[in-house]
Design a protein around this ligand. Structure first.
Ligand SMILES: [Zn+2]
Length: 427
């Protein structure tokens, strides 16, 4: 079909018919069909249950045009698709037999443990990358930044497979790649392999713990920025180094970002130290991050201090949320559901009023809450009264569209029709 007409989609307080152009992946038309305050007398979801779409029933009866698939969304709520800005496609054990983990001792011990576990897996990186991408799509994520391990021992073998998988999913999952020297940029003598990775197609220079792992804070950071200059790349640093050591590292990272003219293209992931120092100290650094346009990426950890996201937002710093570890040698937790992770963030910071709940969305999505004609048709439909309700309840995804194509959610799982062409039938 050339087009898909989604009838009765809730956007804000109104219902719309949305026309998707299946050729160019865009939202072609938004037609308001009136106000629709939810009926307070009805249990939430009662109208949606009646939606034929939930069972995948599609008809052309309301539009006499054979070019259209017509689907009744029955008042389901529109949400923009998610952007998961920290995910490791090459580390997880999804689809593998259960792997008991060992307690974290030190970073070098953990790195050796991970290497041994990953080396023993019978499946290819590409196969496991596909599993995780499919899981992310099923939850409504259509954009990711993935950190791919490189080191002198494995070379760029992981990266080569992730690059191949990126091509398979082009148009469905938008994938940014960070060359990630997990064993340490300087510690593991990884500069040569990092250059190889950047030449092969990675767009971001990664790094990890300039103090704790490389034990040369300034040299480690300067090397990252030298690489980023050589390859005109962004920079994304994994930083677990604590307290004032971490604070110094981020401050230097911000300085180097400004000097290199890389504002808007650099980020520090984790940055636990921002939740470990005093509020005035973290505020001062937040102001420096804002001025240098350095973003902070958090996985919303429950088991340790994390950056004061309220403070960062108040100071104007860009904050993004990422899954990070999902069932891997570092953690058995995580399910790739970024809407649920955004919900966890809102709950953790006590964001209970509407305005606070809504400020979660820019952290988990790269798109606006309300679409415009001409936007890319990448979004999800959920059974919720409004966006505040959706972030608070993280309901199941009824449908996930990426570039006009149905790629996840209950409709995808259960229905059969041209619009429901299954992902791997053509990728
Ligand atoms: Zn990570």
């Amino acid at each position: 079909m050339e087009k898909t007409l989604l009838k009765s989609v809730r956007i804000g307080d109104s219902l719309y018919d949305i026309t998707l152009n299946n050729q160019n992946g865009m939202i072609e038309r938004l037609t308001s069909i009136g106000g629709t305050a939810p009926d307070p007398g009805k249990p939430i979801g009662s109208t949606q249950k009646a939606g034929a779409s939930a069972n995948g029933s599609i008809s052309n009866s309301t539009v006499q045009d054979a070019r259209y698939d017509v689907i009744d969304a029955a008042g389901l709520l529109y949400l923009p698709s998610n952007a998961d800005m920290h995910v490791h496609l090459d580390k997880h054990f999804l689809g593998e037999p259960w792997k008991p983990l060992q307690p974290f001792v030190t970073l070098p011990v953990q790195l050796a443990f991970e290497k041994q576990m990953l080396g023993a897996l019978p499946t290819s990186i590409a196969e496991r990358a596909r599993r995780l991408i499919d899981l992310l799509l099923s939850h409504g994520t259509t954009k990711i930044r993935t950190h791919v391990d490189v080191d002198p021992e494995i070379g760029i073998s992981h990266l080569e497979q992730v690059l191949q998988v990126r091509e398979e999913y082009r148009g469905v999952m938008d994938i940014e790649i960070v060359a990630f020297p997990q064993q340490g940029l300087l510690r593991a003598d990884s500069i040569g392999v990092m250059k190889e990775a950047m030449r092969a197609g990675a767009e971001f220079v990664g790094g990890v713990d300039p103090a704790g792992l490389d034990r040369q804070v300034d040299r480690s950071l300067e090397t990252m920025f030298e690489l980023s200059a050589e390859f005109d790349a962004g920079v994304d640093l994994h930083l677990h180094d604590p307290g004032h050591l971490g604070l110094y590292t981020i401050s230097r990272f911000a300085d180097l970002t400004s000097v290199a003219g890389k504002g808007g293209r650099t980020a520090v992931s984790h940055a636990y130290c921002l939740g470990q120092v005093s509020e005035p100290e973290s505020r001062e650094l937040a102001q420096q991050l804002k001025a240098a346009e350095v973003a902070i990426i958090t996985s919303v950890p429950l088991d340790r201090p994390m950056p004061r996201v309220d403070q960062l937002i108040a100071e104007g710093v860009h904050v993004h949320v990422g899954s990070d570890n999902i069932l891997d040698s570092w953690s058995p937790f995580g399910n790739g559901d970024l809407l649920a992770r955004g919900s966890k963030l809102a709950e953790k910071f006590g964001w209970i009023v509407d305005e606070a709940l809504l400020q979660s969305y820019p952290l988990i999505s790269a798109a606006a809450l309300a679409p415009k004609e001409g936007d890319r048709a990448s979004f999800m439909l959920v059974n919720a009264q409004n966006a505040q309700h959706a972030i608070a309840s993280a309901p199941p995804r009824e449908a996930v569209f990426s570039g006009s194509r149905l790629v996840g959610g209950n409709w995808y799982t259960t229905a059969e029709s041209s619009v429901y062409t299954k992902l791997h039938s053509s990728v």
